[in-house]
Every structure is written in structure tokens, then in C-alpha cells.
Design a protein. Structure first.
Length: 161
């Protein structure tokens, strides 16, 4: 795989191909209908993750708009303080939708991070909460009780039993 036109030029030279400049390499790539595309960071999905997502989609595919209006999604994420892979580029043909070749799988852990939690519904975006360090199961339950429950009570009139 070649990520940059300069790498392509070096690769060509290593195979006894006449030296070409990076701009010539770019023209050759464009001639082959390849374009420099920025890599996208996405969580690494296992087969089990994909199976569960498909199961969820199938289970809810016939829901009405009214049913979806009663749903609130929440999640937490970590934001790295800095990332060295944020500007990776790969030459590839343009596709519709997310091209799997442009995904840099990410896994949790390592480095200095900021952890946030938030929720969204048909009523809009709700609290974005800065969490103190990483959160275990008990801590996440506390976040849901402190932040999600009040929003659900406000918009859906739900009260804990």
C-alpha cells in the first residue's frame, strides 16, 4: 500500500523504475482515478459487535417515527490529548459511503485522554459532561443517574420506580 505520492515515487525507484517525481506520481495516480483520501478513525469492531448491531437494526427496522421519538441515545468517548495519526492519507478510488480501506481502527487505552459523556434524542443534543478520569461500571451508572435520568424525566416524563 502506498499512502503518499512520495512513497509511490520511492517504491517505483526501488523496483528499478526510472526515477519519477512526486508530482509525476500524483498525475499517474489521478490517471488511474485514485485520489488522496484522509483516513478516518473508527473504533475497531469485532464480529460480535457487528452481529449485535445487525440484530439491533433488524429488531427495530419496523419502528414508527413515534416510537423513535421515545428513544434517547447516550455514550461516552475518550478524546486523546494529541494524536500522531490524525493526518494519514491513502490513495484510493472514490466510493460512496464509508470505504473500509480508509478506516484506522482504534482501541481504548493508552496516552493522556479527556473523557466525556453525552446524550441525544429527537429533542436535540443534551448535556455533554466532562468526566473525571476513566469510568468503571459503577461510575457509569452514577453518570446515567445524575445526567441521563433528569433529561429523560424532563422530556419523557419518566420517573424511576
Amino acid at each position: 500500500e502506498v499512502s503518499t505520492a512520495s512513497e509511490l515515487a520511492l517504491l517505483a525507484a526501488s523496483h528499478d523504475i526510472t526515477h519519477i517525481s512526486a508530482s509525476t506520481a500524483r498525475r499517474m495516480l489521478h490517471h488511474e482515478e485514485l485520489h488522496a483520501m484522509h483516513m478516518i478513525k473508527k473504533p475497531l469492531l469485532t464480529r460480535e459487535h457487528k452481529r449485535k448491531r445487525l440484530e439491533f437494526a433488524r429488531k427495530h427496522r419496523d419502528w414508527t417515527v413515534q416510537q423513535w421519538k421515545q428513544v434517547m441515545f447516550s455514550d461516552e468517548t475518550i478524546i486523546p490529548a494529541r494524536s500522531s495519526d490524525s493526518h494519514k492519507v491513502k490513495w484510493t478510488k472514490t466510493t460512496h459511503g464509508l470505504n473500509p480501506k480508509l478506516v484506522l481502527p482504534t482501541v481504548q487505552g493508552g496516552g493522556v485522554v479527556i473523557m466525556v459523556w453525552g446524550c441525544i434524542s429527537t429533542h436535540g443534543f443534551h448535556d455533554l459532561v466532562l468526566l473525571d478520569g476513566t469510568v468503571d461500571g459503577a461510575g457509569y451508572t452514577k453518570v446515567l443517574q445524575s445526567y441521563l435520568l433528569p433529561v429523560m424525566q424532563q422530556y419523557f416524563g419518566l420517573h424511576p420506580s
